[in-house]
Write a protein that binds this ligand. Sequence first.
Ligand code: IVH
Length: 683
Amino acid sequence: MSLEAHAEELRVQIAHHNERYHTLDDPEISDAEYDTLVRELRQLEEDHPELAHEDSPTRQVGGAISTTFDPVEHRVPMMSLDNAMDAEELSAWADRVTKGLEGDAPTFVCELKFDGLAINLRFEDGQFVQAATRGDGHVGEDVTANVATIDDVPERLAEPAGGSALPSVLEVRGEVYMTGSSFEQLNERALAAGDKPFVNPRNSAAGSLRQKDSSVTARRNLSFWSYQLGEVVGGPVFDSHVAMLEYAAVFGFPVNENIRTFNTIEEVAAHCTYWQEHRHDLDYEIDGVVIKLDDVAQRERLGVTSRAPRWAIAYKFPPEERTTKLLEIQVSVGRTGRATPFAVLEPVFVGGSTVGMATLHNQDQVAVKGVRPGDTVVVRKAGDVIPEVVGPVLNLRPAKSKPWVFPSDCPRCGNPLVRPEGEADTRCVAPDCPAQRDQKIAYFASRGAMDIEGLGEQMVEKLTATEFVHDPADLYSLTVDQLVELERIGETSATNLVDAIQASKAQPLPRFLTALGVRHLGPAASLALTNEFHTLDTIMSKSTEELAAVDGVGEVIANTIVTWFDQKSNKAYIERFREAGVNFGDPNAALEAERARAAISQTLEGRAVVVTGTLANYNREAAAEAITSRGGKSPGGVSKKTLALVVGDSPGASKLKKAESLGVPILDEAGFESLLATGELPE
Ligand code: IVH
């Protein structure tokens, strides 16, 4: 293909994906793949300027305008941002900035890059009159009626304190987005109604904003962050970005709390890395950090290109969503016999690692997601969360594809699989299914349980193929000699494995409890039980009521535990662990715990205290610890039941607003310390 034809092909592809994303809210490829196409075209046009077109998508912002909404011409164009994909590109941008400023030192303002839709809000004489999407940057769509349903968008500007005048025109720009919790609620409702779930919060926010009926938008519970001003008439002239944001906040616009300024690009890069690792701490999605110059005069000196300012850049996190091919769907059988379908994928780099497999959970989920072997699918891997197939890209489905059918027999032992009526799971109920046995042992040794290094699924399969290991308790009598008898296990590996198994005997009791694999008894309940009763023997002696009374245990777990320990075969099983010398807990721990509790007086017993912003003497964890160690709770949000909201530097505007509206007392750091000490609200 000639270079010219290749450039044209890229332009056509990009235009197509622009339409799918911006106009139809139904993208076929991930943002990362889209960025790759645009970068390829941009590189081609840079290397061969003769290929560049006036109307190339590399010079445009966003997508075409749909005809559903009236067009709105932006008084001040809404620009896009250039991207930096790593620290090197970020520092190259900083070098260009420094060069452009001829040695003047820049101050960088870092904001989060919210994953939603850019919107311009227009206020005339203090009254909200219009909301428009970005569109192509010059002309957007009129979505006023829909935006008016968003609680974060004020109907009227709040009167500034001190009686200073309202501007006759004020345009505030920012991102409309959907919080993670609203997205979950929306999808719960969609599933309950038998509708297809939404793929991600961004697409849901975009779709919600383009509703013809604004009562639908109202139910979607959208939110808004402000990050820029558009046209301002009759207002102050600003010399800094931070001052502009403060100005917007005065009128009641939500400005995000995580805004920081830095003087060096190294600090900026460290800040970006921080948010890359902590992006999932937030209840909204971010896909990067936006870095802007604070000084308005410096911005003007650098100017803009046809689509983006030179004074700002978006540092993009590595993608957490990619598309790839679903090669086939297989079924694995777990330790409880549950048969779980999973997708075998063409390996794809997503969320920081290469993903070749992803769970599909159960039969119904495959149907709900509507995926078929051969489909191009969206794969998502967010933070520590296990990779997930989000759904198919229907446009790209091969003509001859067929729906997948759940197998009728266990793929390991061949016995029929059963799905009890009303249950989501299909199970292999054969008592001697080797898949279940192997999974039980692998779970016992896994990181969250006894954490025995070197005892993964493959090693377990080798062990159970011999006469030495039939269940987890057998592990403790395994010898180096027996292991070297096994094919392909050398003396050193054998010694290491036996040592690791022996060392696991000393693991704390909650790990052993978890490792037993009693249904519903996970790490949290195991820890709660240990904290309360300290030894396995005490736990085994308790009644359902006594166990259920423990915070974090509850009746269902208590019931299964009592039933499990009552079974004769399980009693014998436990004794084999005791004989092997596995740690069953420390009887003296009860006394020590009592002493520690008495040392810190429980001033906040049962009360909820919320902290927002940065405190001088406590980071986030230390503040929470100070509250919980005094018997209190430290939830993430303010409610009627909150005892007090503690406010540090750059607090969250929404928490503050909510506390004010509910009449929840607001404390500074000194007030917080007095509350911790006395349990009383200061005067
Ligand atoms: S500033 C001239 N700030 O990113 C600068 N944009 O890729 C205009 N975005 O269209 C944008 N968070 O939808 C800015 N803190 C932030 C942002 C942000 C998200 C979005 C916005 C923009 C896109 C550019």
